[in-house]
Design a protein around this ligand. Sequence first.
Ligand SMILES: Nc1ncnc2c1ncn2[C@@H]1O[C@H](COP(=O)(O)OP(=O)(O)OP(=O)(O)O)[C@@H](O)[C@H]1O
Length: 121
Amino acid sequence: MPGSYFKNRLASFGYAFAGFIAFVKSEPHARIHAVATLVVVAAGCWFHVTKSDWLWLIWAMALVWITEMLNTVIEKMMDHLSPAIHPKVKFIKDLAAAAVLVAAIAAAITGGCIFWPYLLS
Ligand SMILES: Nc1ncnc2c1ncn2[C@@H]1O[C@H](COP(=O)(O)OP(=O)(O)OP(=O)(O)O)[C@@H](O)[C@H]1O
């Protein structure tokens, strides 16, 4: 039935939103990203950055959020499926953390390139 199709899609958005809220509530790293996001958005508004600057900032922030969420998923999944100490688990977790590091470095460089000229002017 078309009615239940849209109801199910709406429910899926609800689950995704609930997942995001749970992530921010339970993970200290997520709260750091939330603060960083607010600071970047405030700085973008303050300096009136251009539309293309906003697009770069949005993608950089999204990349960090997405990698951090996937890192958390992998950590939780490994803790659930393989709670014992194992070198493969260490490799998997460290690699997932490295993905966040790469995203964070790329985002920091992006932010620096965008805001530096505004700070100088
Ligand atoms: N089951 C395991 N077997 C082997 N090494 C593990 C295991 N669980 C965690 N480690 C390793 O121990 C170190 C710390 O892991 P932990 O999960 O506490 O990371 P963290 O980034 O500090 O996590 P959090 O996001 O909870 O702060 C990492 O190098 C990780 O790979």
